[in-house]
Design a protein around this ligand. Structure first.
Ligand code: FAD
Ligand code: NAI
Length: 446
């Protein structure tokens, strides 16, 4: 009898397994495809490796301005970048294997299924357990677009396998995945055209920041068709409708980036009466499902499709199942779009604050107010926007567009989570010269 069986070895699952094992519990982790899940194998890590390579290429083209002389014109070798990406993925996934081994987590490769209360079947064997944590993640959604199975269409997994640069890339969807790949391929010379059915990019981000990102990507050659719905695909032609007009565009590769669907099928959830829908397994802030002893974390809940959210939800599940009450908070969830320039935020957007009827003030500062930004990132006209409660001057939301912001946003999330107010923040010392000084200036401008 195990204390816990975890289904799925993505960040939610493997971190939860490690946490429980470190609490002295006997843990089995079942994984049907690869340790590290989407995040390490076909998500966060490989995309960031390629984005880094593409950014280096851009920097190489600008190096002359800083006095660095490169003989000849720099070029980009996608096959080499892909090899480096695969090395990084291999190193990290092997690392997960070693961590699990040293924590004495029993790993079983195979598709797991709940067969009865407290019983999980994997690779032809049935195991008994006191608790089950479902962390089966998500897969690319497939919108009902005729022709989506054409060979020119790839999803976020398929496009990572490209070893050459498509001269013309069409992207369906201006969400996080669509924008990150648009930035990546624009940097290395593709002609990128993004078709999005909403009238904005980056749903979920502050509208002002999203508009600034769109403008900056446009300046780098990315074309956008907004309020445009893709109707069908024929070979390499994407047919879409905008303002009642039928339009089309030709591409060598089409990326379908229209969201992700939780993996809820084939797990035996119906038989155990676990409450779920195509949008995910319903779970509460303690990561409990409606069935005692069955817990869920990560993308499979459909709540917040981020690796760090999955990790925290898994930790909350383990703490609660082993007698340490814990609750998940989404209030200051850090979100990042790893485009060039990057976008990062935590807390409320201006639109959310308005919808909730909160009295607030919003201040903005260009990141150039920080000398370090001027030195290193002058090409990107980034800015920081802070939303504060009008009465108590507590931080409600921090939104940044510009280089380095992915590394700074956790600090903003900490301010929000700790409910710090302007006078407390004034006492915090920010190092000089750093880009983060621009955030302090924006916070104190209220
Ligand atoms: P997953 O990582 O999806 O892992 C689930 C695992 O469960 C998989 O390994 C799967 O094989 C396994 N599984 C499924 N069914 C079964 C079964 N029946 N039995 C056994 N095993 C099973 N998030 C970020 O925070 N930052 C980023 O930069 C970022 N970039 C991304 C880029 C891309 C292209 C994509 C697609 C996603 C990105 N994400 C990013 C999202 C992130 O990958 C997910 O939020 C994260 O992986 C969710 O973790 P998880 O543990 O819930 O699920
Ligand atoms: P998404 O939900 O963010 O965006 C999908 C977009 O496609 C939406 O804007 C939607 O309006 C549009 N769309 C859907 N159908 C369409 C159609 N027929 N025609 C035109 N547009 C259409 O989903 P995305 O980008 O696929 O990402 C999935 C999840 O993965 C995200 O929610 C995010 O949480 C996670 N992720 C996180 C990253 C990060 O943290 N940096 C990076 C990549 C993914």
């Amino acid at each position: 009898m195990h204390d816990l069986i975890v289904i799925g070895a993505g960040p939610g699952g493997y971190e939860a397994a490690l946490h429980a094992a470190r609490l002295g519990k006997s843990v089995l982790l079942a994984e049907k495809q690869y340790l590290g899940g989407t995040c390490l194998n076909v998500g966060c890590i490989p995309t960031k490796s390629l984005l880094h390579a593409a950014h280096l290429f851009e920097l190489a083209q600008q190096a002359g301005e800083a006095g660095v002389v490169i003989q000849g014109k720099p070029s980009f070798d996608m096959a080499v970048a892909a090899r480096r990406k695969n090395q990084v993925v291999g190193q990290l996934t092997r690392g997960v294997g070693s961590l699990l081994q040293s924590a004495k987590v029993e790993v079983v490769m195979g598709a797991a299924r709940l067969v009865a209360p407290g019983k999980v079947e994997v690779a032809g064997k049935t195991y008994e357990t006191r608790n089950v944590l479902i962390a089966t993640g998500s897969r690319p959604a497939r919108p009902p677009i005729p022709g989506l199975d054409s060979p020119s269409v790839r999803d976020s997994t398929g496009i990572l396998e490209l070893e050459s640069i498509p001269p013309r890339l069409a992207i369906i969807g201006a969400g996080v995945i669509g924008l990150e790949f648009a930035s990546l391929f624009a940097s290395v010379g593709s002609k990128v055209h993004v078709v999005e059915m909403l009238d904005r990019v980056a749903p979920g981000a502050d509208l002002e920041v999203a508009a600034a990102l769109q403008k900056m990507l446009k300046k780098r050659g990315v074309e956008f068709s907004l309020a445009a719905k893709v109707k069908r695909i024929a070979g390499g032609t994407l047919h879409y409708e905008r303002g009642g007009q039928e339009l089309s565009l030709e591409a060598d590769c089409i990326l379908s980036a229209t969201g992700r669907a939780p993996v809820v099928q084939g797990l035996g959830l119906e038989d155990l009466k676990v409450d779920f829908s195509p949008k995910g397994i319903r779970s509460d802030e303690r990561s409990r499902t409606n069935v005692p002893g069955v817990w869920a974390c990560g993308d499979v809940t459909g709540r917040c499709l981020l690796a760090h959210a999955a990790v925290r939800e898994g930790q909350v599940a383990v703490n609660n199942m082993f007698g340490q009450p814990d609750r998940m908070s989404y209030r200051a969830m850090p979100c990042v779009i790893y485009t060039h320039p990057e976008v990062a935020w935590a807390g409320l957007t201006e639109e959310e604050a308005r919808e909730r009827g909160i009295e607030f003030t919003a201040e903005r500062k260009p990141l150039r107010v920080a000398g370090r930004y001027l030195i290193e990132c002058d090409k990107e006209p980034g800015f920081c926007k802070v939303i504060m409660g009008a009465r108590h001057r507590e931080v409600l939301g921090v939104h940044i567009i510009g280089a380095r912001c992915s590394e700074m946003i956790w600090g903003a999330a900490a301010l929000i989570e700790a409910e710090l107010r302007a006078p407390d923040i004034a006492k915090i010392i920010f190092p000089h010269p750093t880009v983060s000084e621009a955030i302090k200036d924006t916070l104190l401008a209220h």
